[in-house]
Design a protein around this ligand. Structure first.
Ligand SMILES: [Mg+2]
Length: 307
């Protein structure tokens, strides 16, 4: 899940430093300091431990605690479940991008394809820890989290997967988690009750696909592999790269990549909300994570619309 995870947002302890106008957050801290001035020294300790301001906090609070986030996910999966029978009946129905379908559909058994992180598994506790601890994403702490096998399901995902499996549809998971995390990922999914027909339903990074040249962590080859064996009824993801290849990861390029499939959204392709990380973020700074954090942040500010 390299590119995917690299897109985690940044800890920016300097965000308030040097600001001429004090933010409400800073004002609140000042108020607490003033209040604590009459308290004993030990009681003032929590102020020093206050986590630094983090650009990801509100996004994560929404993702993890808001009922709105839960309702959107449930709505997407319920809509999908309601359409499964029609998709099964229509033997010409296929949810693979047109340039990824090279073989005829005739006789292929049905499948649904789901991304894993923030599509079926909720990793928000990992991000909460990053904010609490003032840390950025790194592969080691991410691997530790995955190996806890403690991720909970994204609302609606488990019910949908069970319904699909119950109709004889193969449920396939395509993930960019590192290969050495495959077992922990499958165990996590199994413990939650997700249908895992066999080990082949999980296509992680490094899956070899004959006749297809893998481009980084793109999922195109793996989707083609699925297409050779199955008629894909639906796809699910929190990133547009979960559905199709992206020629240019810029804001405009991303819109263009999805434009031919606008009619498929909510019908064959189901997008789950994820405001906390994703390829939409580096799209604003030329996908160059080597830039200093402040420069990347400025590019994001520059990318906003002000009127
Ligand atoms: Mg994902």
């Amino acid at each position: 899940m390299r590119i995917h995870r690299l897109s985690f947002t940044l800890v920016l302890p300097f965000a308030l430093a040097g600001c001429a106008t004090q933010s409400p957050h800073a004002a609140n801290i000042s108020q607490r300091i003033a209040t604590n001035a009459i308290a004993s020294p030990s009681e003032t300790a929590p102020v020093a431990d206050t986590p630094a301001p983090n650009d990801n906090l509100n996004a994560l609070v929404w993702q993890q605690t808001s009922v709105e986030a839960k309702l959107i996910s449930e709505q997407a999966y319920r809509d999908a479940a309601d359409r499964l029978d029609a998709a099964l009946r229509d033997k010409s129905w296929d949810a693979l991008a047109k340039d990824e379908r090279a073989n005829p559909l005739k006789g292929l058994p049905p499948a649904v394809v789901l991304d894993v992180d923030e599509t079926v598994l909720d990793n928000s506790p990992y991000q909460a820890r990053l904010i609490r601890d003032g840390k950025e994403y790194n592969e080691a702490t991410w691997a530790d989290w995955v190996r806890e096998e403690a991720a909970l399901p994204i609302p609606g995902a488990l019910a949908f997967a069970k319904i699909a499996a119950g109709k004889g549809i193969r449920v396939i998971y395509v993930s960019n988690r590192a290969q050495d995390l495959n077992d922990a990922t499958l165990d996590n999914l199994r413990k939650l009750g997700f249908p895992i027909a066999d080990k082949d339903v999980f296509l992680g990074l490094g899956t070899f696909v004959e006749g297809c040249e893998q481009n980084g962590s793109e999922k195109t080859c793996r989707r083609q592999l699925i297409g050779r064996r199955y008629r894909v009824l639906m796809q699910f993801g929190d990133q547009i790269g979960d559905f199709t290849g992206i020629l240019a990861n810029t804001p405009d390029g991303r819109v263009q990549a999805m434009q031919p499939y606008a009619g498929w959204i909510g019908e064959r392709w189901f997008v789950l909300p994820n405001p906390t990380y994703g390829s939409w973020e580096p799209a604003l700074f030329n996908n160059d994570w080597s830039q200093p954090a402040g420069k990347r942040r400025q590019s994001k500010l520059d990318g906003l619309r002000y009127k």
